[in-house]
Design a protein around this ligand. Sequence first.
Ligand SMILES: Nc1nc2c(c(=O)[nH]1)N[C@H]1C(S)=C(S)[C@@H](COP(=O)(O)O)O[C@H]1N2
Ligand SMILES: [Mo]
Length: 304
Amino acid sequence: MAQRPDFSLPYSMVTPRSVYLNRRRWLASLLAAPAAAAAAQRLDNVRKTGYGKSEALTPYEAVTTYNNFYEFGASKEDPARNARNFRTRPWTVRVDGEALKPRTFDLDEVLKLAPLEERIYRFRCVEGWSMVIPWIGFPLAEILKQVEPKSTARFVAFETFFDQRQMPQSAWSGIPFPYVEGLRMDEAMHPLAILSVGLYGEVLPNQNGAPLRLVVPWKYGFKSIKSIVRIRLVKNQPPTTWNLANPREYGFYSNVNPDVDHPRWSQKKERRIGEFFKRDTLLFNGYGNEVAALYAGMDLRRDY
Ligand SMILES: Nc1nc2c(c(=O)[nH]1)N[C@H]1C(S)=C(S)[C@@H](COP(=O)(O)O)O[C@H]1N2
Ligand SMILES: [Mo]
């Protein structure tokens, strides 16, 4: 796309009535054609935790068929269809930069770094929808500690796998690849920030970012970068894909905040997928008790 891409297109579903009608049709189609996908692999020895126990889970079918993964196409139903044959083995993750012991991890090593836990998190996309997802993973801090960050490491930069041949639909998505994201070091070390390798008791489906993706529940969904191949400890704030594509609309921090509207959409409310009435969006997506201290003294309007 030579021109600035029309990001409003994938977001057209935010119109209330069409959302309702589309969702009814979509739920009906799910009931009519239950997952024809290959049986997913169960993950063993997953520790249950208290996180999010009181929340009603978003159905598995919705979590795995309503996705943003622009490498596989810009429509919500594209990733489930187009990522089916995505090769997630063998897989390595390079962790380097401002580290005393930079290292390349094989996925099997990553899976043994820390006990796998189930974390039920609310997930809020900047487009105005939200879900509740039972992720399986471990704190991001566990892999960072392995390489012994230097005191000069102030940010963490992430990069998604990219291969035009496996991801031909990426050519029409309108954003640059590979997809990159970043966190400040203290955000990355926060125990709520996890690397996920599964959901709903199973290995992560390709469309959800297999084999390894970030989940940062107090930030908008686009921070949760998928299919990670590289993690770099860096001195300066790294570039991020949506900020590169449209800096006025997407900042580096992107904390969920009902008082800071996106230029084109209010962030005051959200639609939980599967529900009809909108809910109030919560500051830090409701995780303020845990994470507000990270932003003490910061102007969240300026640092959006
Ligand atoms: N590599 C990559 N990561 C990505 C995206 C993407 O297009 N490419 N989309 C982001 C956005 S906008 C959202 S809302 C979440 C969606 O995650 P889900 O499909 O598992 O719900 O992934 C994020 N991570
Ligand atoms: Mo998103």
